[in-house]
Design a protein around this ligand. Structure first.
Ligand SMILES: *Cc1c(COP(=O)(O)O)cnc(C)c1O
Length: 409
């Protein structure tokens, strides 16, 4: 089989026969001229149904995930929404990994709940708890590994077995690992979802999402047919310009992931030796409970490192005092980012059993020089050391931020 980086560069990149352009043009068009009524020149009719730039990206990502078909959407959440709408029916139950992207939980609990969809949250690392959560109406299992933001590792073969035994689908959010590090369909998953906004785009300049499907039938229909129809009829498609940016990013994914992994590993070791840090969450550390499983399942341990500091004040100071680790949501770009998940990405979970601890900070390690990143972390830890336990005033201002972000996140 052709190697990953070769496929990344060539799959789906159909050259322009007229000019010989090495990079396929961006087909920035809404519609296509017909040579007679319903006589389509190259199979394309209208860009919601298909567009050559989007098709090329879909083909490229599908090849890398080893799928039967793939579909690109306007965002990761739009991709998730399309997949759920395509396969679920009112009254269905979902088993959802407890440690996962906050927006996925919100999509299901706030929007899909209106159509009678229910869900149970389970510990992704404990297959017994997954099995115990199965109900007669369980139609779908949804897991993220490594998970966000606690970097838990789920046993994909084990999850796939439970799904298969119960006639349910297994969906894996592969945003953190990317197809370079892990291919969930090879472990028996039925669908992979991505926020291509993150590592696949890779440069923090485009929003996008994708669903990649195994060759599998569910409720009498092929998954590819169901999701393809949902993409066309629901319409949350990726536009030509966004598809082009995602495809361009995907060509260098392998190179970038090697660097993200090496730098994250170095920073995780460095942080682990620091007295200000009470715990480092990184599957590449041998002390991580999922280390051996991750080593079997993944080609590398990824670019995300989470750290616990001594308390909330230290975590806030650390997150807000660095130069290269810029404070923002999102991850997976060439630039390093730092996030305070409890009140940023995962604010919608505050007050629920899934809320993120107040002393946790998530780092997305970019491709900058590792020495510069270490110097930056040193600045952050100095700021964390200088904090005193939260005063009444800190707590009040923290509450204001929390109320604001709860609405926006
Ligand atoms: C960002 C993210 C999403 C949502 O994707 P958007 O492109 O922001 O809509 C879903 N899952 C994971 C793991 C993410 O990091």
């Amino acid at each position: 089989m052709t190697g990953f980086n070769t496929q990344a560069v060539h799959a789906g990149q159909h050259k322009d026969p007229h000019t010989g352009a090495v990079v396929p043009p961006i087909y920035q068009t809404s519609t296509f001229i017909q040579d007679g009524i319903n006589v389509l020149r190259s199979g394309h009719e209208y860009s919601r149904g298909s567009n050559p730039t989007r098709d090329g990206f879909q083909e490229q990502l599908t090849a890398l995930e080893g799928g039967a078909a793939g579909f690109a959407f306007a965002s990761g959440i739009a991709a998730e929404d399309a997949l759920l709408r395509a396969v679920l029916e009112p009254g269905d139950h979902i088993i959802l990994g407890a440690d996962g992207y906050g927006g996925t939980n919100r999509l299901i609990s706030k929007l899909h709940s209106k159509w009678g969809i229910t869900s149970s949250a389970v510990d992704i690392t404990n297959l017994d708890s997954v099995r115990a959560a199965v109900q007669p109406n369980t139609a779908l299992l949804w897991v993220e590994t490594p998970s966000n933001p606690l970097l838990g590792i789920a046993d994909l073969s084990g999850w796939a077995t439970i799904a298969r035994e119960n006639g349910a689908l297994l969906v894996v959010d592969n945003t953190f690992a990317t197809p370079y590090l892990q291919r969930p369909l090879d472990f028996g998953a039925h669908a992979v979802v991505h926020s291509t906004t993150k590592y696949i785009g890779g440069h923090s300049d485009v929003l996008g999402g994708a669903v990649i499907l195994a060759d599998h039938h569910f409720r009498g229909q092929s998954l590819a047919e169901a999701v393809g129809y949902q993409q066309f009829a629901g319409g949350a498609v990726a536009g030509p310009q966004d598809s082009y940016l995602a495809a361009r990013g995907l060509k260098t994914l392998g190179l970038r992931m090697e660097r993200h992994c090496a730098s994250a590993q170095a920073l995780a070791h460095w942080l682990d030796a620091r007295p200000e840090v009470t715990r480092v969450y990184y599957p590449g550390l041998t002390s991580h409970p999922g280390h051996e499983l991750a080593a079997r399942q993944q080609r590398g341990f990824g670019g995300i490192v989470s750290v616990a500091l001594k308390d909330e004040a230290a975590a806030r100071a650390f997150a807000q005092s660095m130069e290269y680790f810029q404070l923002s949501v999102s991850l997976g770009g060439v630039e390093s980012l730092v996030c305070y998940p409890r009140e940023m990405t995962h604010a919608s979970l505050i007050g629920t059993e899934l809320e993120i601890p107040a002393n946790l900070v998530r780092l997305s390690v970019g491709i900058e020089e590792v020495e510069d990143l270490i110097a930056d972390l040193e600045r952050g830890l100095a700021a964390a050391r200088a904090t005193v336990p939260a005063t009444t005033r800190d707590t009040a201002s923290a509450r204001t931020v929390r109320e604001k972000t709860l609405e926006n996140a």
